[in-house]
Design a protein around this ligand. Structure first.
Ligand code: ATR
Length: 290
């Protein structure tokens, strides 16, 4: 962080809770590396205060903010403009303030895709399996569909949620998307996953401190040629990823998505290219995983 002075631009994150966010460490390290007079701060904003917080963003002239749980969907009506992808997903995680005009973006989707492509995944024509149908699964499913995936199978504990997501994805993008019941993971998981190029675990199963938990996926469901992504990054290797590794799949945790959603947000706010190596290092340091 450069010295705070009269020209310092302020960005930050609106969420509740925000105490454990890794974004300030990642973004401030990036600003320092680029020599930019920006500072990134956490703002704890309750649901009841969201409208006032967005008005405050305008009034105080913040350059923009990230938006996290529980505001990603609720914030849309307060914006002047919403990027196409964010509108389809129905969620915004990044707001850019251009002279008092607020535009919402979803860099979770672009961040996920950039991390997967960096890990060798080719989205065009891909067959995908998504485990979960919450906010993260929405960003992942739309990102895959918009990048040219051929089919997306969505397994979720609450079947109706998977059904809604599959219908929305196929309705909006024309990509074949289908909902599958969570119980079917143990049965048809092998068949559906065995033919997938990418499998993405978006639920909180396996996240610290419940590290023993994992989706009920049959052990032989994975194969060598596929990329298996678990959006959990703490611990860095979940039980789910260990299993996938055992069967020779390439694996990635959620750090890449976190990193690249932040990189994309920084690029939107500053117009500069994000120093991703510095940002990755700051994340690992903040997680104690370096
Ligand atoms: P996020 O934004 O991280 O995706 P979310 O919108 O609350 O968070 O979604 C959480 C996802 O994890 C959902 O798909 C949820 O399944 P339900 O729709 O049935 O709630 C899934 N999930 C959470 N705990 C789970 C568990 N113990 N077993 C299976 N799925 C679980």
């Amino acid at each position: 962080m450069s010295e705070i002075n009269g020209e310092t631009r302020v960005v930050g994150i609106f969420g509740d809770p925000v105490a454990h966010t890794l974004s300030p460490a990642m973004q401030n390290a990036a600003f320092a590396a680029l020599g930019l007079n920006f500072v990134y701060l956490p703002f704890q904003v309750s649901k009841a205060d969201l409208a006032a917080a967005v008005a405050g963003l305008r009034a105080l002239g913040l350059a923009g903010v990230n938006v996290t749980v529980p505001h990603k969907e609720a914030v849309l009506p307060y914006l002047d403009e919403v990027a196409e992808e964010a509108r389809l997903i129905g969620a915004v995680n990044t707001i850019v303030n251009r002279g008092g005009r607020l535009k919402g973006y979803n860099t979770d989707a672009t961040g996920f895709l950039r991390a997967a492509v960096e890990a060798g995944f080719e989205p065009r024509g891909a067959a995908a399996v998504v485990l979960g149908a919450g906010g993260a699964a929405r960003a992942v499913s739309f990102a895959l569909a918009l990048a040219g995936a051929r089919r997306i199978a969505i397994f979720n504990r609450t079947y109706a949620r998977a059904e809604t997501l599959a219908e929305e994805v196929s309705g909006a993008t024309g990509v074949w998307a289908a909902a599958l019941p969570w119980d079917e993971l143990t049965k048809c998981g092998v068949e559906v996953m065995g033919t997938a190029n990418i499998v993405v675990q978006t639920t909180s199963l396996g996240m610290h401190p419940q590290e023993a938990a994992a989706p009920p996926v049959p052990a032989n469901a994975f194969r060598k040629e596929q990329l298996v992504v678990d959006l959990v990054y703490n611990p860095p290797r979940t039980e789910f990823l260990r299993l996938a590794e055992k069967f020779g799949a390439r694996t990635e945790n959620g750090l890449g998505m976190l990193l690249y959603q932040g990189a994309a947000a920084l690029e939107l706010w500053t117009g500069r290219q994000a120093p991703v190596a510095v940002m990755r290092e700051a994340l690992l340091r903040a997680l104690g995983q370096e």
